[in-house]
Design a protein around this ligand. Structure first.
Ligand SMILES: *Cc1c(COP(=O)(O)O)cnc(C)c1O
Length: 394
């Protein structure tokens, strides 16, 4: 069947704005509270805390800022080291650098595409020295302070062994859950597995606020520090007295209005994203050249971006597939180039990163919008299968 490729455009991850967004934004504008104080920011924070079942939530201007202040709030200081997976969006490592600390890149595992807990334990046990108080990287002499695992593409990391290793050495665990709102690890919501979790409400994430972020935690003192830092570290009272170098990181009430309306629909969005993922899986099951991203038995992912890995003769053609889909009006993309292959991190401390490079080499993320129509999904599936069957014939 010929497809009309001139008019059709299938985006990678478009927001669905069809709930109370207009109503809450109008309320916000009518109230005159448009900036970073206002009742909607607090309602938005409460809604996120409820969704993740944490005691506290602090809204920020975006997910990157959430990571930055969560690391500071957890005690990361200049010249510390923070353990980060090599395969992630650049913001994960940048947030560490904003603190003046240094990322240590660890490989991902094939079962989750998240940080490999056994390689983290290897690094801590073999490369570091523990004096009962302080964990020191023997090569650099720096203090290792925190783990920053990423729930990649909405799939939770295998958290229990990471938490065990962190506890052994007194390390903080901050989750980069920016892609994983609503995902669960065993029966626990991601974002509340470690000391604090960070979410993004960027336009292409599971739910959006236009732009926004949230730090969630059960630790009241940590929540207080984080909130203080997002408000320019201003002391309470009517005067402008500040006790630290803070940041202008608080979310605006206008964005919170959008975010609040979106959060109300989280359960429905997650269900629709799961159906999209299942449909891709069913369609690709008979094609070994198209390997679907893994789902661990204990995982309940957010299914943020459904991602395939090209295998066999199709291996090495991910850029070609993205280009081919583009010609057909389909927005697909490769994964982020692993962080140690970006110029500002060439010199970063790292182990072997074979799996991160292998996944990156062959992965392509496919359209996964909540509102993806079955006909548009068929269009995507058809083009992927045509592409791999040509690759097999070559
Ligand atoms: C989106 C994202 C971020 C940053 O969130 P922003 O809201 O865009 O600043 C951080 N880490 C990961 C893994 C992300 O996907």
């Amino acid at each position: 069947m010929p497809f009309d490729t001139t008019s059709r455009f299938v985006p990678l991850s478009a927001p669905e704005i069809s709930g109370n967004e207009w109503k809450y934004v109008r309320e916000c504008l009518d109230s005159g509270w448009v900036s970073s104080s206002g009742p909607l920011v607090e309602r938005f924070e409460r809604a996120v805390a409820e969704a993740v079942t944490t005691a506290h939530a602090v809204a920020t201007v975006n997910g990157t800022a959430a990571l930055h202040v969560a690391l500071l709030g957890a005690g990361v200081e200049p010249e510390d080291e923070v353990i980060v997976p090599a395969l992630s969006f650049v913001a994960t490592a940048n947030a560490v650098r904003y603190c003046g600390a240094h990322p240590v890149f660890v490989d991902v595992d094939a079962a989750t595409w998240g940080i490999d807990a056994s390689k983290v334990a290897d690094f801590l046990d073999r490369e570091c020295a523990w004096d009962g108080q302080r964990l020191t990287d023997r090569t650099t002499g720096r203090r290792v302070r925190a783990l920053l695992p990423v729930h990649l593409l909405g799939h939770p990391v295998d958290a229990d062994p990471l938490l065990t290793a962190a506890r052994r050495y007194g390390l903080a665990v901050i989750e980069d859950a920016c892609e994983a709102l609503g995902a669960h690890y065993r029966d626990r919501a991601v974002g509340r597995l470690g000391d604090a979790g960070c979410f993004s409400f960027n336009g292409n994430k599971v739910v959006t606020a236009g732009g926004g972020g949230v730090v969630v935690t059960d630790d009241e003192a940590l929540a207080r520090r984080v909130r203080h830092l997002t408000l320019q570290a201003r002391e309470p009272g009517g005067e402008y007295v500040h006790d630290a170098v803070g940041f202008n990181y608080r979310l605006t009430n206008v964005c919170a209005a959008v975010g609040l309306a979106q959060i109300e629909r989280l359960a429905e969005f997650l269900k629709r994203k799961r159906r999209i993922a299942e449909r891709y899986r069913r369609s690709f099951v008979d094609f070994p050249a198209v390997q679907c991203m893994p789902v661990a038995p204990w995982a309940s992912p957010s299914h943020w971006l459904f991602t395939i890995r090209l295998r066999g003769p199709a291996s090495g053609t991910s850029a070609d597939l993205v280009a081919r889909l583009q010609e057909a009006g389909i927005e697909a993309r490769r994964l982020w180039r692993p962080l140690h292959l970006l110029p500002m991190y060439y010199e970063a401390r790292r182990g072997r990163l074979d799996e991160a490079e292998a996944v990156y080499q062959d992965a392509v993320s496919l359209p996964s919008s909540v509102g993806l129509a079955p006909g548009d999904q068929d269009h995507v599936i058809d083009h992927v299968l045509r592409f791999v069957s040509e690759a097999l014939r070559r």
